[in-house]
Ligand binder design. Structure first.
Ligand SMILES: NC(=O)C1=CN([C@@H]2O[C@H](COP(=O)(O)OP(=O)(O)OC[C@H]3O[C@@H](n4cnc5c(N)ncnc54)[C@H](O)[C@@H]3O)[C@@H](O)[C@H]2O)C=CC1
Ligand SMILES: O=C([O-])CC(=O)C(=O)O
Length: 271
C-alpha cells in the first residue's frame, strides 16, 4: 500500500488525512509533519483509524513513497528538492513557489533525474483539463480573475505593502492586475491557482491575473478565460471557503483527494 507523508497539517492536510481515515483513499497515512508540533498532535488525535507517526521532515522524506506538501511556498523551496533527491514522488499544493524559474527548473530536473513524479492538483479552479487539452495546440491568451471576500485576503504581502485597509472596503475593488509571476508573490496564499494555470498553459509572464476584494461575497470566485487555436472557453467557480482557513476553498482540498485517487487508480479520466 502506498505510504503517504503529509507536510502541513492545516485545512488541506487535515482533509486529506480524513479522506484516508474514512477509506475514501486507499493508502497508508504513514507520517505527518508541521512546523507547529501541536498541529500534528491535534490532527493525529482526531483520526479514528489511522495512527500516523509525528516525524521531523528529514525522517518523513526517507520513510514514505509519496510526500504531500500542504504547507507554504517556503516549504516548497526547502523541502521539495530534498524529497526529490530522496527519490520520492511529491504532490505540491503551494504551487506559487514555482514562479521562481530557477526553483522550477531545479525541481523538474530533479524529478527527471530521480525518476520521480511531481503532481500539481487543479486546486481551487475548474478548467485545468481544458487548458491542458488546448495547450496541445497554440494558446493565445489566459486570464484569471479572482474575487474574494476581504477577510480572505488578510495578510497578503500586497495588501500589507500598500497599507490597504480591507475592513474599510465597501464595494468591489480591484487590488491587483498583472502577470501571474507577480500575482503569486503579491498573494502567496490566495492565488496559487494562477501558478497551476501558468504551468498548464502559457507560462507565468503571459498569464494575466486580476485580484478583486468584494465585501458582498461569501464565496471565493475564480474565473478563467482561455483563447487559442481550439476556440475560446470560460469557467467560473464559486467556492465555499474553508471554515478553518477562509483563504482556502474547500474545492482545493477535494482536488488533492481526487488527485490521490487518480494516482492510485488504473483508470485515468480527463486530460
Ligand atoms: N493549489 C491551490 O489551488 C491552493 C493552494 N493552497 C495552498 O496550499 C497550502 C495549504 O493550504 P491550507 O491547508 O489551507 O493552509 P493552512 O494555513 O490551513 O495550513 C498550513 C499548515 O502548514 C504549516 N506550515 C507552514 N509552513 C510550513 C513549513 N515550512 N514546514 C512545515 N509546516 C509548515 C502550518 O503550520 C499549517 O499548519 C498553502 O500554501 C495554500 O496557500 C490553498 C488553496 C488552493
Ligand atoms: O482556495 C482558493 O480559492 C485559492 C487559493 O487560496 C490559492 O490558489 O492559493
Amino acid at each position: 500500500m502506498l505510504k503517504i507523508g503529509i507536510i502541513g497539517c492545516g485545512f488541506i492536510g487535515g482533509q486529506i488525512c480524513r479522506a484516508i481515515d474514512d477509506g475514501t483513499i486507499n493508502a497508508e497515512l504513514y507520517a505527518l509533519s508541521d512546523s507547529s508540533e501541536s498541529k500534528v498532535l491535534e490532527l493525529a488525535a482526531s483520526l479514528k483509524k489511522c495512527s500516523p507517526a509525528c516525524m521531523k521532515i528529514e525522517e518523513l522524506l526517507r520513510s514514505v513513497d509519496l510526500v504531500i506538501e500542504s504547507a507554504s511556498q517556503n516549504a516548497v523551496r526547502f523541502i521539495v528538492p530534498q524529497a526529490l533527491e530522496e527519490g520520492r514522488d511529491v504532490m505540491v499544493l503551494s504551487v506559487g513557489a514555482l514562479a521562481d524559474e530557477e526553483l522550477r527548473e531545479r525541481l523538474f530536473r530533479l524529478a527527471k533525474q530521480n525518476n520521480c513524479k511531481l503532481y500539481f492538483p487543479s486546486g481551487a479552479v475548474v478548467g485545468i483539463d481544458g487548458i491542458n487539452s488546448a495547450s496541445a495546440a497554440e494558446i493565445s491568451s489566459v486570464t484569471l480573475t479572482t474575487r474574494k471576500p476581504p477577510s480572505g485576503l488578510i495578510g497578503a504581502p500586497h495588501v500589507t505593502a500598500l497599507g490597504i485597509e480591507l475592513d474599510k472596503i465597501e464595494k468591489e475593488t480591484l487590488l491587483f492586475e498583472g502577470p501571474a509571476s507577480d500575482a503569486v508573490k503579491a498573494f502567496p496564499a490566495n492565488v496559487n491557482v494562477a501558478a497551476t494555470i501558468s504551468l498548464a498553459g502559457i507560462g507565468f509572464e503571459r498569464t494575466k491575473v486580476r485580484v478583486i476584494a468584494d465585501p458582498a461575497l461569501s464565496r471565493n470566485v475564480h474565473e478563467i478565460t482561455v483563447e487559442g487555436k481550439f476556440g475560446k472557453f470560460f469557467t467560473r467557480v464559486e467556492n465555499l471557503p474553508s471554515p478553518e482557513n477562509p483563504k482556502t476553498s474547500y474545492l482545493a482540498a477535494l482536488s488533492a483527494i481526487s488527485t490521490l485517487n487518480k494516482i492510485l487508480s488504473p483508470v485515468q479520466l480527463g486530460t
